[in-house]
Design a binder for this molecule. Structure first.
Ligand SMILES: [Zn+2]
Length: 80
């Protein structure tokens, strides 16, 4: 059994009616479903967050994607 769990939930997740946790027998099906859910979330949600899938042994977690670092290695200020 493979679980798909939405680990980071903004208001859109609750409004969307998506299952927070889904169990699927086949790992291939679970991955397909997780990809499906992730695409829906990235397309239909508020757009403030990006979602990404992480594989955790038998399970798939859908969580906020790490934001691309906004050139933080620069001067640390906003001037450059
Ligand atoms: Zn949202």
């Amino acid at each position: 059994m493979h679980n798909i769990t939405i680990t980071h939930q903004c208001g859109c997740v609750k409004r969307s009616g998506l299952e927070i946790e889904t169990s699927i027998v086949s790992k291939d099906d679970a991955l397909m479903k997780a990809l499906d859910m992730k695409n829906i979330m990235n397309e239909k949600f508020c757009g403030k967050h990006n979602f990404d899938i992480t594989e955790d042994k038998e399970n798939f977690l859908i969580s906020f994607a790490a934001k691309a670092p906004a050139s933080s290695s620069c001067c640390g200020g906003t001037s450059c």
